[in-house]
Design a protein around this ligand. Structure first.
Ligand code: PAF
Length: 274
């Protein structure tokens, strides 16, 4: 496995390949990321993981400075998962001058859910993803479905810019109590971790009720928010939406329920398609 930190070294490592399959990450990898790498492997002629903690997608109160940087452990795991090339640039390498050209995703996609609580987040994600796809010459890129809105926004960006890359969604990996694997789970205390499965349990309860015929989405959402608050969570949203554009469902269509909630000082997100 080649580990490269500069753009010329990346170009050199990829020179003889025609179809890079890329997994963009911010590092601090867990089994969910490794599953994306394994999924990417048969989809290209070289498998590339990128590791870059992207300042542009963090708000002023967010955890940019404290976000865990674990490059050596990440690389060991990536190698074991069959990754061929790791691109881990420094900020100076990737943003040698202020990144004044930015991708501004449309408000209709980003004013809801995560976008409503994290202003500028999706502009930061789109900008870095566009740049990563370009630098790696990605022909396939795999993103986890745990960041459901992120995946949807990236799909729309790639479509509108006619980027020559296929975007593939990877299923969420879960712990045995249902907690979606996330780098931020490491922030949970033992007591918080013991009840962190509750978020997924609430999403399952909603999916179950809708499958059984309920269309009272607002009541189900309010009930789940209430149950989370009762157990000490501070929910930002629990929302049943259309899978295609995350708008409020009008008719019978493919749905997803999404949630974000804080447990102590850790903000967790999760979703369930149904
Ligand atoms: O999902 C992430 O880890 C990040 O948002 C991404 C896609 C790597 C962009 O920085």
């Amino acid at each position: 496995m080649h580990i490269v930190h500069t753009l010329p070294a990346l170009a050199e490592a990829l020179t003889r390949y025609r179809h890079p399959a890329v997994v963009p990450t911010m590092g601090n990898l867990h089994e969910g990321h490794l599953a994306l790498v394994r999924q990417a492997k048969p989809l290209g002629d070289v498998t590339v993981a990128t590791i870059f903690v992207n300042r542009l997608q963090f708000g002023p109160q967010d955890d940019f400075d404290t976000y865990p940087r674990t490059l050596a452990a990440d690389c060991a795991q990536l190698e074991a998962a069959g990754c061929d090339v790791v691109f881990a640039p420094t900020e100076q390498e990737f943003y040698p001058e202020p990144q004044t050209f930015r991708v501004t995703p449309p408000a209709a996609l980003t004013d809801v859910l995560e976008g409503a609580f994290r202003p500028g987040f999706f502009a930061g994600v789109c900008t870095v993803v566009l740049k990563l796809l370009s630098c790696t010459r990605a022909r396939t890129a795999v993103f986890g479905k745990k960041d459901y809105q992120q995946l949807m926004v990236i799909r729309h960006m790639v479509g509108q810019f006619n980027l020559p890359v296929e975007i593939v969604g990877g299923e969420t990996c879960r712990a045995s109590d249902g907690l979606a694997l996330s780098s931020r789970n490491g922030y949970l205390s033992a007591a918080e971790r013991a009840q962190a499965g509750e978020l997924h349990a609430q999403l399952q309860a909603i999916a179950h009720a809708v499958r059984a015929g309920s269309t009272g989405y607002a009541a189900l959402e309010a009930q789940a928010m209430h149950a989370l608050r009762e157990r000490g969570w501070q929910p930002d949203y629990v929302a049943v939406r259309r899978q295609s554009d995350l708008q409020v469902p009008q008719t019978a269509e493919a749905l997803v329920v999404l949630a974000a909630a804080r447990l102590g000082s850790t903000r967790l997100i999760d979703n369930l398609e149904f």
